[in-house]
Design a binder for this molecule. Structure first.
Ligand SMILES: *Cc1c(COP(=O)(O)O)cnc(C)c1O
Length: 380
């Protein structure tokens, strides 16, 4: 692995979460696995590979590069981009057989031309604006006619139609869903029948089982990043982040630590240096707030967090240089770090950098290793 600081991802727990999601959804509802941002920091290559072996066929990402990455791993993955693809890269959609999200006639016409050039019909999903006001075709009086024109393009197949919920409260979400459904109905009245409809992300899926439609788009719950809305679902976090101390030292009362000497020992104390820092994605703002766990006991970070290292205050305790230090895991849940860093759980995990080796275990055995900086990938 070449480094003490690394991530351990438990594929049994991933399967467990997937099974909880499957149990909650109708068996005809497609489960789209959201793999954007390096699978929320969990390492997209082996998360995708494992989900594929578990029968998941639809993978969703945010950007073209993420989609191409997945297609290069396995051309038979069905990969959809949920974000915008710039006009000048639409040819890549055709080249790699990716399913883009479109929300304008202009792009549909351009994509249709690319499809014509190679005589391929391109599947697309249409995104509809229902109140989030981020991305989507606005529901103007002309909107059905626009969709009709897109639908009539020879090399475009509208496979899906979707919108995204703001999740403010039930009444505003239902209003968005009803706006969406009314638009789908309006399309059906002019004989545009789109097979796949979807509105729910993880929270939407839990809150609105009556609105799963034909597909749900699930990220956070797969990784066990549960929210208060997880409701009846049995979900486990699948990642741990661990390290080992690089050095220990005894400091006398009054001695200081790290940049600016901002931390000062109030008593004689034992300090350990740990080889992770903000360049690994650990939030620098956890200065004076963060802690790690060793042998089920918590120790606070001491001093400003450096790019690659930080220190912890062990007080009167001693730990072995071989001790496993938990940075994220059962003792230090992502939710707690997120609260302390005043952000959300997704932000914490998707920031975990490529510099961290990721190992994947199944039945407690390591089956994959992903260490992309040195080209180390293995399947065991
Ligand atoms: C990221 C994203 C999702 C997944 O959200 P989770 O809450 O992680 O399940 C679903 N839909 C869209 C459009 C997204 O951008």
């Amino acid at each position: 692995m070449l480094r003490d600081t690394h991530l351990i991802i438990d594929l049994n727990d991933l399967e467990h979460n997937l099974n909880s999601i499957k149990t909650y959804c109708d068996k005809n509802t497609l489960i789209g696995a959201v793999l954007k941002a390096n699978a929320y920091g969990h390492g997209v290559k082996y998360i995708a590979k494992h989900l594929y072996t578990l029968g998941i066929r639809r993978f969703l990402v945010a950007t073209l590069i993420e989609a191409i990455e997945l297609k290069k791993h396995n051309a038979s993955y069905d990969v959809m981009i949920m974000g915008h693809t710039p006009d000048n890269y639409l040819n890549e959609i055709v080249k790699y057989q990716i399913v883009p999200t479109l929300f304008s006639l202009e792009q549909a016409i351009q994509l249709n031309e690319h499809g014509k050039n190679v005589d391929q019909v391109i599947r697309i999903h249409l995104k509809i604006e229902t109140g989030f006001n981020r991305l989507g075709l606005q529901i103007t009086p002309q909107a059905p006619a626009i969709v009709k024109e897109i639908n009539a393009l020879s090399h475009i197949e509208i496979e899906g139609i979707f919108t995204h919920l703001a999740l403010k409260d039930r009444s505003s979400d239902i209003k968005q869903i009803q706006t969406f459904q009314a638009f789908v109905k309006a399309l059906e009245r002019i004989n545009i029948i789109i097979p796949i409809h979807h509105v729910c992300d993880s929270i939407g899926m839990v809150l609105y089982p009556e609105y799963h439609m034909n597909m749900v788009r699930i990220g956070a719950l797969l990784y066990g990043l549960e929210s208060e809305e997880k409701g009846v679902l049995d979900i486990k976090p699948i990642m741990r982040m661990v390290t080992k101390p690089s050095q220990k030292k005894f400091l006398e009362k009054g001695e200081t630590i790290s940049y600016g000497h901002r931390w000062q020992a109030l008593e004689n104390t034992q300090i350990a240096t740990l080889p992770f820092g903000y360049a690994d994605g650990y939030p620098r703002q956890l200065y004076e707030k963060g802690f790690v766990s060793v042998n089920n006991k918590k120790y606070p970070l001491a001093g400003i967090i450096c790019m690659d290292q930080c220190m912890i205050d062990l007080g009167d305790d001693d730990i072995s240089l071989d001790a496993e230090v938990e940075i994220i895991g059962p003792q230090i849940p992502v939710s707690q770090l997120a609260n302390l860093a005043m952000t959300n759980k997704n932000d914490i995990v998707c920031s975990l950098s490529q510099r961290l080796p990721r190992v994947y275990t199944k039945n407690k055995q390591v089956i994959y290793l992903n260490n992309p900086l040195v080209g180390d990938h293995y399947d065991n």
